[in-house]
Design a protein around this ligand. Structure first.
Ligand SMILES: [Zn+2]
Length: 283
């Protein structure tokens, strides 16, 4: 009897480990915060990312995690000796609860202005996260500060970042081009704000996703891939390499070829989705 119980709990652990990382906030855990570049810090969870971009005029926070983890970002910032009150802008890549859930609380805590694209402001307070688990979850509405438009730039202190509206995963996915520095040397980083096909339904939206991937592929000279979930850009694997880096070694996040390869894979998956949706007669 005892033996059966042991086996059952082991089986349950094994099943739990097979749940996809992005499946639900219940499976997410904090990880120690870390610095990636001179001006870029990781303040996210094991399953979903949030980043601080440091400028001479204050901080920009990209994404806010699940509502349940809103206090994790200030905690992570404390580990990095960064002050949450220095956050001037909060950019939300898209209005699913894993990226926008903490925005309401962080907006209140920091007084920062929150920016999102119009398509996703329409989801404000209604944001659902329709993962394989099928959850429909709400998040607390956010004060509508900034409506990000395609091609907009945002300058804070010495830093200018550029936005691309790349719909598909949601109607208003916001992608960001921004500079990062490694011991003073400048590189071009890019964050594709909605890279998952899990919420893409119908041939029209699938085609929109494909067009967005093509758009990102056309951005010239991207050297660093920063993703809003860790796996696609091997955020943690590269962090381990960064910790072990010897003087003179290249920065493990600088990988233009890896970025292009990943986009090609994402494009192929998107094109397959378009065909599948057409074949199933789902416009
Ligand atoms: Zn999403």
């Amino acid at each position: 009897m005892k033996r059966i119980l042991v086996m059952t709990s082991l089986t349950m652990i094994l099943i739990a480990c097979q749940i996809p990382f992005a499946a639900a906030q219940e499976n997410s855990k904090p990880v120690p915060a870390f610095q990636i570049f001179d001006n870029l810090y990781y303040v996210g969870l094991d399953s979903v990312c949030a980043y601080i971009l440091k400028t001479s005029g204050g901080l920009i926070l990209v994404d806010t995690l699940y509502e349940e983890f809103a206090d994790q970002i200030p905690k992570s910032m404390q580990q990095l000796k960064l002050n949450p009150k220095d956050i001037k802008y909060i950019i939300v890549t898209h209005a699913h609860t894993d990226h926008t859930g903490g925005a309401n609380a962080l907006q209140a805590l920091t007084g920062a202005r929150v920016g999102m694209a119009e398509g996703d402001w329409q989801m404000n307070g209604l944001g659902t996260y329709t993962s394989s688990g099928g959850q429909h979850r709400q998040f607390k509405p956010i004060r509508r500060d900034l409506v990000i438009k395609d091609g907009d730039t945002l300058t804070l202190g010495d830093t200018t970042i550029k936005f691309y509206i790349t719909p598909g995963h949601t109607p208003g996915v916001t992608s960001i081009e921004f500079p990062v520095f490694d011991q003073g040397k400048r590189y071009k980083a890019f964050m594709f704000g909605g890279m998952g096909l899990n919420t893409v339904n119908g041939a029209r939206v699938a085609q929109q996703f494909v067009d967005s991937v093509k758009r990102v592929m056309a951005v010239p000279d991207v050297q660093v891939n920063i993703t809003n979930h860790p796996e696609p850009a091997q955020i943690f694997e590269r962090a381990r390499k960064l910790r072990a880096r010897k003087p003179g070694d290249p920065h493990p996040y600088v990988d233009p070829e890896g970025f292009r390869t990943w986009l090609q894979t994402t494009l192929a998956a998107g094109q397959k989705k378009v065909e599948a949706e057409r074949a199933a007669n789902r416009p």
